[in-house]
Design a protein around this ligand. Sequence first.
Ligand SMILES: NC(=O)c1ccc[n+]([C@@H]2O[C@H](COP(=O)([O-])OP(=O)(O)OC[C@H]3O[C@@H](n4cnc5c(N)ncnc54)[C@H](OP(=O)(O)O)[C@@H]3O)[C@@H](O)[C@H]2O)c1
Length: 254
Amino acid sequence: MRDVAGMSLLVTGGGSGLGEGIARHFVERGARVTISGRRPEKVAAVAAALGPDCAAVAADVTDADGRARMIEAAVAHGGGLDALINNAGNMYRGAITEVEESKLHDVFASNVIGPMLLTGLAVPHLARRGGAVIFFGSVHTRRSYPGASPYAATRAATEGLTRVLAAELGPQKIRVNCIVPGAVPTEINVRAGLFADAEASAKRLESMIPQHPLGRIGTPEEIAEGVDYLARAEWVTGASLVVDGGLGLGLTQA
Ligand SMILES: NC(=O)c1ccc[n+]([C@@H]2O[C@H](COP(=O)([O-])OP(=O)(O)OC[C@H]3O[C@@H](n4cnc5c(N)ncnc54)[C@H](OP(=O)(O)O)[C@@H]3O)[C@@H](O)[C@H]2O)c1
């Protein structure tokens, strides 16, 4: 396993939720972390809380200039790039009869197309260090939630492209893997307008506890531990690592 200390990581969407937890996990272990997000105040607050090993860049992953600024900032802050954590993402749900075309394009832009293009930009830097790319899947590809096809389709796409890019970039010694998180309370569903506030969103997730063989929902730190493994394991590529307390098993009481 590669050492975390001294690693340079770019964590997109690091201003909240899982991205914030991932940034904290790596900074606490001696890495140099650059976080990005569209809201400057969110990424600045996380970077201020984590200290000088964390740098913030306000940038949108769906925008070419924003992507270039993310890579430039991470390479400058970390003296190169060891891992790109494609964590930024959005939720969009809607019955198939009511899906709005522009919203469908938006969710694919932030969850799939932006991360793919950002990965392309990162390749020359990652190749110099034998680095890693981590995409985000979701329990939505393991369990079927009616009305969630837009989001589930983006997460199936990232899992699928992980395997192709692992094959494509292996000769450059770049590893490409996918983390597949289960239910963790973050602001994603509130930002999508599905719940009025964080409390209502957390309650909904807690109602899913009986579907977890391990009897509870997860934490950002537990997702960060999976990301840590994928960023450091030097003979693992093209893998999907499910970190979901067993939610994706589809627990059924006979
Ligand atoms: N929480 C879960 O249960 C769960 C389960 C499975 C998978 N996931 C995946 O985990 C990832 C993190 O989600 P989360 O749950 O931590 O939600 P979150 O707290 O809402 O974090 C998502 C982050 O992405 C950023 N972001 C969104 N669009 C962006 C864009 N166009 N450019 C740059 N940054 C952007 C957001 O910040 P700005 O709005 O400021 O840009 C936000 O900080 C997502 O990819 C999600 O699909 C989450």
